[in-house]
Design a protein. Structure first.
Length: 169
């Protein structure tokens, strides 16, 4: 995959995350969950948290895996090294990690996003939900946008709302 393609994907991820945040600020209650697409999929339930971040409840179809699950962390927090240090924690828990990166704009400059977002490949919703519940409880969980890399199951875009996770023993 070329650097240009990766930049396009990261810009698309940032645009989706910002769009979701703006939509949620423009609507009250559960209406924003339906517009964002998180409340309309069959079989999923939405559980609101204090920040009105919607995330589906874990799927009863299969249990989430850890070993062999490929993750990539993208730093949109503005805190230098946060994606790298978080990647190490998750690697130590048994996940397979792609090299971390920074969220960049179309000009290649690093940009920030206010909200941590977990994007999942179609076959990886249970893993995304388990990661959110264990490590990123305030994060949004969304389907990956079109053009998502086939070799990454879950991408975590760290926002300015994320300060870090403590390494587990």
């Amino acid at each position: 995959m070329t650097t240009w393609t990766l930049k396009r994907i990261l810009v698309l991820i940032a645009a989706v995350a910002i769009g979701v945040v703006l939509l949620r600020q423009g609507f009250t209650g559960n209406a924003s969950e339906l517009i964002a697409g998180t409340g309309s999929s069959p079989g999923s339930q939405v559980s609101p948290s204090p920040g009105h971040h919607a995330s589906p409840t874990p799927s009863p179809k299969r249990k989430a895996k850890v070993h062999g699950v490929v993750l990539q962390l993208v730093n949109g927090s503005g805190t230098t090294g946060l994606a790298a240090s978080t990647s190490l924690v998750l690697k130590n828990q048994g996940y397979t990690l792609k090299p971390p990166g920074n969220l960049t704009g179309s000009n290649g400059a690093s940009i920030t996003t206010p909200t941590t977002t977990i994007y999942y490949r179609a076959d990886s919703l249970p893993e995304a939900q388990a990661i959110m519940h264990k490590y990123f409880p305030a994060a949004q969980v969304l389907p990956a946008p079109a053009g998502y890399p086939a070799d990454v199951q879950v991408t975590i875009v760290l926002g300015t709302d994320f300060a870090g996770i403590a390494p587990s023993p």
